[in-house]
Write a protein that binds this ligand. Structure first.
Ligand SMILES: C[S@@+](CC[C@H](N)C(=O)[O-])C[C@H]1O[C@@H](n2cnc3c(N)ncnc32)[C@H](O)[C@@H]1O
Length: 246
């Protein structure tokens, strides 16, 4: 007999998540040992879920991603999922503020066989991105995943646009904030950092905004296809943002 559907919505999501992960998302040794090493190093369990990792992997594969930029490394679990989708000459740059997280991630990348593919830049991501900009990014990134401190989302998004090409995927995690995004009076920077992006995404949504709900959280995928300057007057938060895409 199938198990009863739990009454509580969160339990339902968790059960569906477990069902999907157990039946459709096998993990290889590299991924499993990364999670074990993260736990041994006492890292918070705030990496993407296996089904979200697989989604990133599939998005990278479907879009022939060769260059991937990630903001927020932790132990490198999401980066390993994407690395598995890249061609042999693919490249990942992942940014992490905490040197201990970066050390664990670097070791996990070696165990998973991706030392050459993945580079971790240690320091506040905005500083690393500014440095990358100063030094010049040799080729645009095909996919960007923003998954660090939410209050800096806008800054990360602007660099993502700067380092993008037509068709680049920019993915922002944790955009629901347990429903707090729907509360326009909530001025918590971790919430406004998300709502600002909602405004920014509007022009792009004309060309394709996919919203995927996974386990109660939403991963939004912004497909860029504009080559114009977009001037956005974001009244809700009272700031003017000028975005340039290529
Ligand atoms: C949610 S975790 C990333 C999880 C990872 N993407 C995964 O799924 O495996 C967020 C990470 O961002 C890092 N972080 C927070 N603020 C940061 C900042 N200003 N610059 C760079 N990294 C930051 C945290 O130390 C943490 O390791």
């Amino acid at each position: 007999m199938p198990p009863a559907i739990p009454r509580n919505l969160k339990d339902s999501f968790t059960s569906v998540d477990n069902y999907i992960c157990d039946s459709l998302v096998p993990q290889d040794e590299g991924l499993i040992s990364a999670l074990k090493a993260n736990a041994a190093a006492d890292l918070d369990e705030i990496d993407v879920a296996p089904n979200q990792g697989k989604l990133l992997h599939l998005l990278a594969k479907m879009n022939n991603v060769k260059r991937y930029l990630e903001v927020g490394t932790l132990g490198g679990y999401s980066a390993i999922w994407v690395a598995k989708a890249l061609p042999a000459d693919g490249k990942i740059i992942t940014l992490e503020i905490d040197p201990m997280h970066a050390t664990v991630a670097t070791s996990n990348f070696a165990t998973a066989g991706f030392s050459k593919t993945i580079e971790v830049k240690v320091g506040p991501a905005l500083e690393s991105l500014a440095k990358m900009d100063e030094e010049g990014v040799e080729e645009p990134f095909d996919m960007v995943f923003i998954d660090a401190d939410k209050q800096n989302n806008l800054g990360y998004f602007r660099y993502a646009l700067k380092f993008a090409r037509k068709g680049t995927l920019i993915i922002v995690d944790n955009v629901v904030r347990q429903g707090r995004v729907a509360d326009w009076e909530n001025l918590d920077p971790a919430v406004t950092g998300v709502t600002i992006l909602a405004f920014l995404s509007m022009p792009y949504s004309l060309s394709g905004l996919i919203s995927l709900s996974i386990a109660g959280e939403v991963v939004q995928v912004y497909l860029l296809n504009s080559s114009e300057f977009l001037k956005i007057w974001s009244q809700g938060v009272g700031i003017r943002i000028l975005v340039e895409t290529r």
